[in-house]
Design a protein around this ligand. Structure first.
Ligand code: KG4
Ligand code: ZN
Length: 344
């Protein structure tokens, strides 16, 4: 069985083929970050146009790289949401029309479920049930994953997502968009204890809030820049701000994950989404697991950020649950993971 996956929910065009007997057969990714960098964030119209230009050629390349033809495919999985509606429509239209032409099913995939399943592409894969910490550019979620397709959100962000906070602080530090990875790199050269930024909502349940932290960083950056300019010493200010900000986010994510593990009584934690690639977060969570007696599973960093492989794999997990017939295009810009259980 060969399942093609198409990811176009935001600013990456990702295509991959998954074969349960052979694993990932081929994959390709195109990141639009250069297009959006000059605007400091994703411009939805430009994202759509780029997906239109890239998705079909990238798909043909992946099929050829796998040594296959389109007729060898058994199903086409695509990201149906959440995400930018126009970008979702591009991938959905390609998937549904190709599936219709080939007489095979089109499988709509929930982007956050695909993130959560990505850890299962690794050799040391987690079994259900587990707790998932999903930290991406648009979401910060703690989810109790009971079984495939049954998820209960136990913690959510009240404002900015963790990745969004990384990107906004990176912008303040004049790092290019998307700034998460660049900020983490800069942080490695700074002292995480140089500024004592707030650990938002630390002792208030499992929800998150990162907008106050972002404001605290902006105010500190402004005052320290003015002070440094007056004394002629700004030196490693940006690296110290980056390190102290990262420490505050990581502390908060680790603290809430430990609380959630204790509250749910689960012994497996799966971390996924772009911020899941953060080395400091991985290091601290693994240590927390050792201390509290739970195991932590991560996809490799390239499968933490958006990619086609996780969509193809999620399609495989759900194949057989789709009713045959003419494929329709599902595009849901807002879509909670908890709603998936209602489909079953
Ligand atoms: O999962 P993802 O690729 O896209 C969404 O579904 O949103 O996550 C992208 C986010 C961006 O905010 C990016 O800055 C952040 O993940 N990110 C990181 C790192 N790598 C990517 N944040 C912190 N440290 C990293 N190493
Ligand atoms: Zn994502």
């Amino acid at each position: 069985m060969k399942i093609l996956g198409i990811e176009t929910s935001c600013d990456e065009t990702g295509i991959a083929i998954y074969d349960p007997a052979a694993g990932l057969v081929a994959e390709a990714l195109f990141s639009q970050s250069d297009t959006h960098a000059r605007y400091g964030g994703v411009v939805p119209e430009l994202a759509c146009r780029d997906h239109i230009a890239r998705s079909a050629p990238l798909l043909c390349q992946v099929v050829a790289d796998a040594g296959l033809t389109l007729e060898d495919l058994d199903a086409i999985a695509y990201t149906a949401g959440p995400g930018l509606v126009g970008a979702l429509m591009v991938g959905g239209s390609l998937a549904a029309s190709l599936a219709f032409g080939l007489g095979i099913p089109a499988l709509p995939v929930h982007h956050m479920e695909a993130h959560l399943l990505a850890a299962m592409l690794e050799e040391d894969a987690p079994d259900f049930p587990f707790l998932a910490l999903l930290v991406s550019g648009g979401h910060t979620l703690l989810v109790r994953a009971q079984r495939l397709g049954t998820y209960v959100t136990v913690g959510n962000t009240l404002d900015d997502a963790a990745g969004e906070a990384f990107d906004k602080v990176a912008r303040m530090l004049a790092l290019p968009y998307p700034g998460g990875a660049a900020l983490a790199e800069l942080a490695a050269a700074g002292d995480p204890e140089s500024f004592d930024f707030p650990r938002p909502m630390k002792n208030r349940g499992l929800d998150f809030s990162f907008s106050g932290l972002k404001t605290a960083v902006r105010l500190k950056l402004e005052s320290e820049t003015a002070r440094g300019a007056a004394s002629g010493m700004n030196g490693s200010l940006h690296a110290n701000i980056a390190a102290s900000f990262q420490a505050a986010v990581v502390d908060t994510l680790v603290h809430k994950s430990m609380q959630a593990m204790a509250m749910t009584g689960l012994d497996r934690l799966v971390v996924a989404g772009g911020v899941g690639a953060n080395k400091e977060l991985r290091h601290r969570l693994t240590a927390a697991g050792k201390q509290q007696g739970f195991r932590v599973y991560y996809p490799r960093p390239a499968y933490c950020t958006d990619n086609g492989a996780m969509i193809a794999y999620a399609g495989w997990c759900h194949h057989g649950t789709v009713t045959p017939g003419v494929p329709s295009i599902l595009a849901r810009p807002r879509w909670s993971l908890d709603e998936l259980a209602l489909r079953r």
